[in-house]
Design a protein around this ligand. Structure first.
Ligand code: SF4
Ligand code: SF4
Length: 298
């Protein structure tokens, strides 16, 4: 009763039932402006930049508002959107769902237009009409939901105040775990949520680091865009850095470089990239040791 083609006429809560959330911290919908739609194919395009995605999501949302909530009309909407957005995406087997749009009172975060609490659905769950079907849409959790610790999830939720950056960071567990491990190493202990909640300067410094996902200047030629292929099926492994070819030693930030989709033409470029990471880490640790400041430089 939960597969494709099934419409459920029952009201359901927006928040996922606590008992089924891996690790007890819900990552998909966080606040009025923070949510994720990566597993619905949000970032599966090379031009997955904020403005491009916002345009696509706004268009779908506006168009869907005019659609009668009936199975045949919703199917026509799906076919029309799939035709308009016929680019196969950078990961052709990863479906880009045209029912991903903008939700919330101000349409200020990404979310499912077929969800029972989305505008105009009157509590009816239309996700059974989607490509994946209702059960998958309700119950799927991406690998980072299990591989990130509760504290790390909470910190990312607290620091990212915008759906675009949040989705990029929370779904790349290689990046996020490498980042937190380096902070923990520098502190000599695990970083706790409270230290970020009570320290606006540290939160800003961390957000600055996370923003490197959007504006990293050392992309490899084969870089596939700001999003991550987070499925653990090894279909699209990270791009290795060619240290040997350049005649450089392997960087201690190798995991972060790979997660950022880096490519370097020389050891000089590698050193420049290392110094960006080093200075970002050092500003952040300084801020963590100066908890009263709210300046980025701390
Ligand atoms: S990619 Fe993960 S965090 Fe994002 S919506 Fe899907 S399950 Fe939730
Ligand atoms: S129908 Fe499913 S895949 Fe499509 S946007 Fe909604 S939750 Fe995502």
């Amino acid at each position: 009763m939960n597969g494709r083609g099934v419409v459920e006429k029952r009201r359901s809560v927006f928040q996922h039932p606590e008992a089924t959330i891996p690790g007890g911290v819900y990552l998909c919908q966080v606040s009025e402006s923070v949510s994720c739609g990566a597993c619905c194919g949000l970032y599966n395009r090379v031009d997955a930049f904020r403005e491009t995605l916002l345009k696509i999501l706004s268009f779908r949302t506006r168009e869907f508002q005019e659609i009668p909530r009936a199975a045949d009309a919703i199917e026509v909407f799906r076919l029309r959107m799939e035709h308009l957005e016929s680019d196969p995406g950078i990961y052709p087997d990863f479906y880009c769902c045209p029912f991903l749009g903008l939700v919330g009172k101000q349409h200020s975060r990404v979310g499912c237009l077929l969800h029972p609490l989305s505008d105009g659905n009157r509590g009816i769950d239309f996700r059974g009409l989607s490509f994946y079907g209702g059960l998958a849409c309700r119950e799927y959790f991406c690998p980072p939901c299990r591989s990130l610790s509760a504290d790390r999830k909470e910190i990312v939720r607290a620091v990212c105040t915008d759906w675009y950056l949040y989705g990029l960071v929370i779904t790349d567990d290689a990046f996020t775990n490498a980042f937190f491990s380096e902070i923990d190493r520098r502190l000599g202990r695990n970083l706790h949520l409270k230290e970020i909640q009570e320290n606006p300067g540290a939160a800003k410094a961390m957000k600055f680091f996370f923003n490197l996902r959007q504006n990293w200047p050392f992309r490899a030629v084969r870089w596939k865009g700001p999003g991550t292929y987070f499925f653990k099926d090894a279909t699209y492994p990270p791009i290795p850095i060619e240290y040997e070819k350049m005649g450089c030693v392997v960087s201690r930030h190798d995991a972060l470089f790979q997660a950022l989709g880096s490519g370097f033409k020389s050891c000089y470029a590698l050193e420049a990239a290392e110094s960006i990471l080093e200075s970002s880490f050092s500003v952040l640790t300084q801020c963590l040791y100066a908890p009263t400041s709210d300046h980025l430089s701390c």
